[in-house]
Design a protein around this ligand. Structure first.
Ligand SMILES: C[S@@+](CC[C@H](N)C(=O)[O-])C[C@H]1O[C@@H](n2cnc3c(N)ncnc32)[C@H](O)[C@@H]1O
Length: 171
């Protein structure tokens, strides 16, 4: 599991961060708070968060899905990029992991945009489909247990509107 973009040596990676990363202070704080966590390797890298935020803004996303929240860094990146009435359906099974992120969401002023559902994500997504939410989302990010990726992707294909975006993190 990598917390940085692959195939860059240390010098080039430092250059990338120094010259292109514009990280919100609360995102930096959350990254620091996660740094010593035994599962810190699960967190996306800051440049990945910035890229996701760009995509969210480019497509004018208002409703998004996140499958796999951990301590909430990618959710925070997306929430900050959404408009004031934007919403994230954030799926995870761990209260322990997600509890670490919630104070950062609060301090960043975006907690109201993040609906955290603590349940197996397949069940959460199926419930949204059963509630008639097919095509109601603009963007999805799949970043959870890899064995269920086919199932997450199939559901996101239905939940995300035509012309929307579904990203899946490979590792
Ligand atoms: C790679 S981490 C997510 C990292 C996060 N996107 C970030 O930026 O920090 C994977 C997460 O998936 C969650 N997870 C594992 N199995 C799950 C399931 N069946 N349903 C929902 N979440 C699950 C784990 O609890 C963990 O928090």
């Amino acid at each position: 599991m990598s917390t940085r973009t692959l195939a860059l040596d240390d010098t080039l990676y430092r250059y990338l961060l120094d010259n292109s990363l514009r990280e919100h202070a609360e995102m930096a704080s959350l990254r620091e708070a996660t740094r010593t966590h035994p599962r810190a390797g699960m967190q996306i890298s800051p440049e990945q968060g910035q890229f996701m935020a760009l995509l969210v803004r480019l497509i004018g996303a208002r409703r998004t899905i996140e499958v796999g929240v951990f301590t909430g860094y990618s959710a925070l990146a997306v929430a900050l990029a959404l408009p004031a009435d934007g919403r994230i359906l954030a799926c995870d099974i761990s209260d322990e992991f997600t509890a670490l992120g919630r104070p950062h969401w609060q301090r960043a002023g975006v907690a109201h945009k993040i609906e955290l559902v603590l349940a197996p994500a397949l069940a959460t997504l199926d419930a949204r489909l059963a509630a008639g939410e097919a095509g109601a989302y603009d963007f999805a990010f799949i970043d959870a247990d890899k064995v269920s990726y086919d199932g997450y992707y199939e559901r996101c294909l239905q939940l995300v509107r035509g012309g929307g975006l579904t990203l899946a993190r490979r590792r």
